[in-house]
Design a protein around this ligand. Sequence first.
Ligand code: PRP
Length: 184
Amino acid sequence: MQEKDLGADLRSVLITKQEIDARLAELAAKIDAGYEGKDLLLVGVLKGAVMVMADLARALATPVTMDWMAISSYGAGTQSSGVVRILKDLDTDIKDKHVLIVEDIIDSGLTLSWLLSNLGSREPASLEIMTLLRKPEAAKVDIDVKWVGFDIPSEFVVGYGLDYGEKYRNLPFIGTLAPHVYGG
Ligand code: PRP
């Protein structure tokens, strides 16, 4: 799916595919340096992190394994509540492993805050976070994020894994939608 396929639904392109690729290459080099000589397990959070996980993993020189979690927050609409339940747990035991959580976006931070405490209790050797996007103005909890792709304004974004009503995940860029899409 490309910009032209969105037609009038697209308001603006916030981050292009080229910008995402360049930033992921920079972060991959830093992550490689951070895990030199270590085995690394990437944990992706479904579904939004699928694209960033796929591209980051391929940009890394470090040999990695990958696992996935599906979690659901009990919350109304587009806001996460911080009350989380596991829909699909990891297949692997992460005890004594170096774990890097790969996220598409940190909004309030409530989801990751819960995930950090859940995975932390499984006694990994290390536990860090990489997120493609972060909305600093929306933060409700303070989270120590080691690698951030882009800090963005607090507006609703889609594409590159991020959805609105499950659509737009297969856009190669991050964009904002026209008000009429939301019924405005
Ligand atoms: C998104 C994103 C994070 C969470 C961030 O997932 O992938 O997991 O919201 O929000 P927070 O910082 O306010 O907690 P979402 O619940 O939209 O699920 P999805 O990835 O399947 O689209």
